[in-house]
Structures are given as structure tokens and as C-alpha cells.
Ligand binder design. Structure first.
Ligand code: ZN
Length: 293
């Protein structure tokens, strides 16, 4: 059974970029006859805006999305993430790190794809048990690769591209990478369709899946919607909230962004009829890969 999912962060209202990701994962899961799950990624409660998750669900319902089963909230799953972290600790795959951001910047001599690579300082000295510490995952030099349904072959040697990454921050917040891997596995997600801003995270997630004995889902990363300045739409770039009164035109715009074929007289279709068309005519291969410079 196919299981797709949409996993917004409740850091503000849904915008057009999040709608595009939701439409893509919804059409993909429904065309395969599968379920579509909704997960609220509020693992970092310091970024959560009060009322945003309810607002997101109201907006999804207004646009005609119907999710299956209970909504999962990451903020209620710390015990699950802690169990998994303890497994990795017990196998000596994770280690405590007390370095500050500045110490890492000052001591790092290598740049990875997301900035300075942590040089493993805390692997070489003991960390007192009562010290507030982050937990990092040991990475390996062997490459991790996968075939993205839109972006094609992807590969990283994590030790040199990313370095030992954080699983739990010193303030007790579990990392996105750990939470998403645990949730996708426990929810039985088989097909992940999401924005290309997460393409570089995928090899970290696959590595965690391999260590934990979880199956690896199929991945498809869609191009990001950008504003006139070429920036990703986000709360930081002041993306507008999705309109509540112009659902049909906005839904059509999302399908056109995804290069999907629509009927000539789509303007006369109801929202329900547009969904029926979009799901039955969904063609993932029509979505263009991200252009690289
Ligand atoms: Zn350290």
C-alpha cells in the first residue's frame, strides 16, 4: 500500500510554495491508490507559531485535501525520538558534543555542502555526564546514493559533504533529520514528494534509515517556487498566505507550476472536478528537474 505524506512546519500560514508541495504529494499518493498522511513538523517548538497548525489544516480542507488517519504532531513524540537516539548511543554511533557554534567555526578546516564541517573535536575527549551537550551522528566516508524520481541520481559521501550531524541539540530539541526518519518509518511512508530544498537532506536520512534497519522510501523532489527575486517562498521572504476566496484559480496555478496538463475548459470545473482530473491525469515525469548553474 502506497503511503504519501505532507509535513508542514507550523511556523506561519500555508503559502503558494507549500500548496505546490501538498498538491504534488497528494496527486502522487492518490493516483497510486494510496493513503495521504498529514504530519505537523513542530519538533522545534521554539519556531512554532500559536494557532498555525489549525490554520494549516483549515486551509488544506478549504482547498479540498482529505488526509487519512490521525494527524501526527512531532512535539508529542519526543519519547520515540529519545528511544532511537539511545539505540544509536548504545551502538556508539552517536556521541556528545559540547562545542559552541564559534568553536566549530574556529576549529573547522573543511567546507561541506552546507558550510563548515564539524572536525570531530568531542570524539577525542570525554564529556562530563552532567554537561548540556548536543548529540552527533558519526558519518562515514562511503557514499550514500539514491535515485530521485525527478532529480535523478544523487550521491554524497557524508563524512566529507556534511560531517557528523546533530541528532539532538544541547537545548534538548531533536533534529529535523532524526524526527523525520523516525516518523516516516513508523507511519509506513513509502513515497515522499517534497520541495527540492530538502534534496541535500535525503542522503542523511537514508544513512539513518540504514543504521536503524528502516526501509528507504522512494523520493521525488519538486522545484521550489521562488519570488521575483529568485528567493524560495517562505515566511522569511514574506510569502503571502494562500487566499481563502480564490481556491480554484490558485489550485490551477499550482498544477500549472507542476507542468500538469489541464482541460481547456478547466475554468468551468468545480474544485472537486479539478481534483478528479488532476489525480487521474497526474504525470510526475512532467515536472522539470531543478536547473543547476
Ligand atoms: Zn564538539
Amino acid at each position: 500500500m502506497t503511503r504519501g505524506r505532507f509535513a508542514p512546519s507550523p511556523t506561519g500560514p500555508l503559502h503558494f510554495g507549500s500548496l505546490v508541495a501538498a498538491v504534488a504529494s497528494y496527486c502522487d499518493a492518490r493516483q497510486r491508490g494510496g493513503k495521504w498522511l498529514l504530519r505537523i513538523e513542530d519538533v522545534d517548538s521554539t519556531r512554532t507559531i500559536k494557532g498555525a497548525s489549525d490554520d494549516i489544516m483549515r486551509t488544506l480542507a478549504a482547498y479540498g485535501f482529505a488526509w487519512d488517519g490521525e494527524v501526527v504532531y512531532q512535539s508529542r513524540r519526543s519519547a520515540l525520538y529519545q528511544q532511537v537516539l539511545q539505540q544509536l548511543q548504545a551502538r556508539a554511533l552517536a556521541y556528545a558534543c559540547t562545542c559552541s557554534r564559534k568553536e566549530i567555526a574556529d576549529s573547522s578546516t573543511r567546507q561541506g555542502i552546507e558550510g563548515a564541517i564539524y572536525p570531530g573535536t568531542c570524539l577525542r575527549h570525554a564529556v562530563a555526564a552532567d554537561t548540556a551537550a548536543a548529540w552527533r551522528l558519526k558519518t562515514q566516508a562511503a557514499p550514500i546514493s539514491f535515485s530521485d524520481a525527478i532529480q535523478g541520481h544523487q550521491q554524497h559521501a557524508l563524512a566529507s559533504a556534511i560531517g557528523d550531524f546533530v541528532l539532538k541539540r544541547a537545548d534538548g530539541v531533536f533534529s529535523y533529520q532524526l524526527a523525520v526518519v523516525v516518523d516516516d518509518a513508523l507511519q509506513g511512508v513509502t513515497h515522499i514528494v517534497r520541495g527540492a530544498d530538502l534534496l541535500n537532506s535525503t542522503t542523511r536520512q537514508i544513512y539513518l534509515q540504514q543504521l536503524l534497519g528502516y526501509p528507504t522510501p522512494q523520493y521525488a523532489h519538486i522545484p521550489l517556487v521562488t519570488n521575483g527575486d529568485g528567493q524560495k517562498l517562505s515566511k522569511q521572504t514574506l510569502a503571502q498566505a494562500l487566499p481563502a476566496d480564490n481556491v480554484k484559480a490558485t489550485l490551477i496555478a499550482a498544477l500549472l507550476f507542476l507542468q500538469q496538463t489541464l482541460p481547456d475548459n478547466v475554468d468551468r470545473y468545480s474544485v472537486d472536478a479539478i481534483w478528479q482530473w488532476a489525480i487521474s491525469h497526474w504525470r510526475l515525469p512532467q515536472i522539470p528537474p531543478v536547473q543547476h548553474d
